[in-house]
Ligand binder design. Structure first.
Ligand SMILES: [Zn+2]
Length: 107
């Protein structure tokens, strides 16, 4: 495998148009943060031994995956919120019934 590491895509290690688009983008801090968030791996962009570019195909897939993952997390939080609200409503309803019953016995 004859690979020029510096010119390869940091994510797929590809360079030819078969595996990657030929347009490359430099990796920035925002990308680095997102990468660590979804992979628990560190890109270490300051280490000059590593490639500093990613290909178009990886960039697209990465953004899609990142956004999908983020959306799943948000939906689960929303679902939990909704369930808690329902639980609270049930408690409120139960409390009201108990109050009504107490009033019945008191009168
Ligand atoms: Zn790539």
């Amino acid at each position: 495998m004859n690979l020029n590491i510096k010119e390869a895509c940091r994510l797929c290690l590809g360079k030819s148009s078969k595996t990657c688009d030929e347009i490359f983008f430099p990796i920035d801090e925002d990308f680095e943060r997102k990468f660590t968030e979804i992979t628990d791996c560190i890109l270490d962009v300051l280490n000059e031994a590593y490639p500093v570019n990613i290909c178009n195909s990886c960039l697209t897939q990465f953004e899609e995956y990142y956004n999908y993952r983020k959306s799943l997390i948000e939906k689960q939080k929303r679902l939990n919120q909704l369930l808690n609200i329902r639980k609270d409503l049930k408690i409120v309803k139960k409390q009201k019934l108990e109050d009504l019953n107490e009033n019945k016995f008191m009168s």
